[in-house]
Design a protein around this ligand. Sequence first.
Ligand SMILES: Cc1cc2nc3c(=O)[nH]c(=O)nc-3n(C[C@H](O)[C@H](O)[C@H](O)COP(=O)(O)OP(=O)(O)OC[C@H]3O[C@@H](n4cnc5c(N)ncnc54)[C@H](O)[C@@H]3O)c2cc1C
Length: 518
Amino acid sequence: MQKKTAIIIGAGPAGLTAAYTLLKETDIHPIVFEESEFIGGISRTAVYKNNRIDIGGHRFFSKSDTVTALWNELMPVQGAPAKDDKLLGRSKPLAEGGPDPETEEAVMLVRNRVSRIFYLRRFFDYPISLKLQTFRNMGLGRTMKAGFGYIRAALFKRKEDSLEDFYINRFGKPLYEMFFEDYTEKVWGVHPSKISPDWGAQRVKGLSLMKAMMAVLLKPFRRDQKRQETSLIEQYVYPKKGPGQFWELMAEKVTELGGEIHMNAKVVGMDISDGAVEAVRVRDEAGQVSAYKADGFFSSMPIRDLVEAIGENAPADVRAAAAGLPYRDFITVGLLLNKLKIKNGTKLKTVGNIVPDCWIYIQERDVKIGRLQIFNNWSPYMVDDLENTVWIGLEYFCTEGDAMWNTPPEEFIQFAVDELAKIDVIDKADVLDATHIRVKKAYPAYFGTYDQFDAIRGYLDSLPNLYCIGRNGQHRYNNMDHSMMTAIEAVKLFKQGSSDKSAVWNVNTEEEYHEQKS
Ligand SMILES: Cc1cc2nc3c(=O)[nH]c(=O)nc-3n(C[C@H](O)[C@H](O)[C@H](O)COP(=O)(O)OP(=O)(O)OC[C@H]3O[C@@H](n4cnc5c(N)ncnc54)[C@H](O)[C@@H]3O)c2cc1C
């Protein structure tokens, strides 16, 4: 009997996990088509002159034992200190028998998660915490205003019609204006008054001033005080050479186990026959379009593009709704520096005594930059010359085709350098080198026609052999682990021959999971 085949669209975390799981758990033959020349999707590691960029900064953290076990299977946790741990004499929890990062490649490092807000040219905790330093940083006037604003919001609750209402009800107007209004608009390009309050409920659940205040008041009575104090220094694991290293390794395993991965192969069409997917049409590097048939289809391509690829076979209302799904795009400027101008005022030790943050939220209202990654602190192996240079990523949120997106790279780099100098994070004279990367569809957005998403999902689910997996593949704010879990669930269903896709869509819907801290 001929082996069954599955076509997988996209070689990001979701697509690769689908291929790997099919190979490990079934005798179904996976064929992956990847549009770009890169493995790892938006979780790839970009390399510039031996300095590595993690686009967005990807912590490997999951509540799923299956995902954690899979990470560990391919890339075990370090069993010996990393380069910076050695230089600093810093101790880390080491896995017995784990690989030595100084001599081996496939190794997950244990890293400290430090990230803060930069506002008023000073550092604030993230999420914002009510400690003395916060009030010192804000100054008496702002603190009083924030306090009165909070009391007012607590007494007179607004009807929650927008994300703006959501924030003001929980923090009061002055704090909302200081810490949420501009940043939200930077990220989404839309004012919080135009964004659904559901976004807040999903993304920043549990975050409120009352909780923050109670945490401070109850602190002396808590037995887990140590945990409270170290809330800024949680640990996560991270591949020695950034997230892409893990996905490249998984791609190697897929090929070794007999799977196929075709790069520079874009799915441009999907043929439907008798109410099921029959084939995909794929455009190769030479521009040649060919049809490939299979038994099952796993799609991590953006839903907007998927429905467009299906074309006339999809109902008109579904096509219109899918065409209106919005995305937010992203530009990263990698900047190599002699040093930073901001100083390490914490007790945390770092190589070169740079600030200890993995990333910093830039809340300053006079610049457009959203976040700053400090790759030295993600992994010492991300930087070519760890001891003498600082390698940072300047992150800008934008929309494909807008003025920021279209600015020529050299001009954009200059603009970004000027911004960092303006807020006193760097001196221009310390810039050694720079690069510029555009990232399409980094964020699926929950406005536009998103309120008609059920109709789109209903139609796609009616195609029994099509599984929508991953982040843009589900138009959901899925992290890597969620994206992997959608793939694992989809493989299970395909293996069982089940056409009920609920288990795939149910990943990342349990409320308490949603991050307060990313
Ligand atoms: C700024 C930022 C920070 C993040 N931080 C974290 C974090 O700390 N931890 C975490 O777990 N996750 C994080 N994530 C989320 C993580 O990046 C995603 O969950 C993950 O990459 C999604 O995997 P995916 O395979 O679904 O999609 P993608 O990574 O988008 O991969 C999809 C692949 O499909 C390909 N493709 C698209 N269309 C086609 C087509 N028509 N034909 C063929 N191929 C196609 C693309 O080229 C791409 O390679 C972050 C994301 C961002 C943007």
